[in-house]
Design a protein around this ligand. Sequence first.
Ligand SMILES: Cc1cc2nc3c(=O)[nH]c(=O)nc-3n(C[C@H](O)[C@H](O)[C@H](O)COP(=O)(O)O)c2cc1C
Length: 301
Amino acid sequence: MKIRTAITSMLKVDLPIIGAPMFLVSYPELVSAVSNAGGVGTMPALNYRTTDEFRRGLDEIRQKTSKPIGINIILHKEHNPRWMDQFQVCMQYKVELLITSLGSPRSIVKEAKSNGTKVFCDVTTLRHAEIVAKSGADAIIAVAQGAGGHAGAISPFALIPYLKSEIPNIPIVASGAISSGKQMAAAFALGADAVYVGTRLIATPEAHAYEEYKQMLIDSAPEEIMYSAKISGIPANWLKRSLDKLDPNFKSDVGLSVAAKSWKEVWSAGHGVAQIKSIEKAADIVHKIASEYFEVKKSLP
Ligand SMILES: Cc1cc2nc3c(=O)[nH]c(=O)nc-3n(C[C@H](O)[C@H](O)[C@H](O)COP(=O)(O)O)c2cc1C
């Protein structure tokens, strides 16, 4: 199965499906499973406490797949003091895709490009998207309302066509509650060139997440996703059931009344929990999205 878009041509992959990087969740097993299925598997460099451990992670991925992969780096000294070392390791390993978050990718774009690495960057607003486009990045990732992790506040129905019309020349990856071919077709109709799949890939055997977390994704409804800036300091979506366990009186504008480690004890997920009914292999999810996409295209009125 192949679907040609600006992004698949750029990354030389069969499918415009990117497994989103997820802190403490995406590791070599999940990354390689998505890449081997024809998409692009990714993980955050921050999952590793030392640069040597990060190198070992990349070695493991390269053993498990020869396909393109991506690494997410937070380009912010305070949030990630080791970002320069992580970037240099990515250059040594000739990582095919770098996904930058928090901060402009301007300082790394030139070196990455001369090394054959593409640079994509998360954005939630037009202002940020313009900065990213000016920096010379290869694509923007439009993180819409309802996404898992640090999510935007704008509906994807408005955000994707808005960014497309204001900055027409840069490819867009749609992010937020995408886990099916129907949703991919909708994202493409809005102007996207690829989709980012996060939450859905946590409910897989390859994801590095507690079984209880995976089950909570199956059991939770989208009404139980809480958007709050008071857990990690940046607005993000969280599973209400994981918050309730720590603080049954949690209020999104106040925060937790007990000390808890976000991501480790408070679990993140997006509105896409609505479509999670079971734990499935990552490759099956990727293939299902692609085959359903072809079916949907035929069935549209
Ligand atoms: C548990 C979890 C951890 C995440 N960690 C990161 C991260 O470390 N870096 C990053 O750029 N995005 C992170 N994200 C955001 C995802 O990369 C992506 O934007 C989001 O999951 C897409 O929305 P979806 O979950 O609705 O598919 C995380 C998301 C989740 C659910």
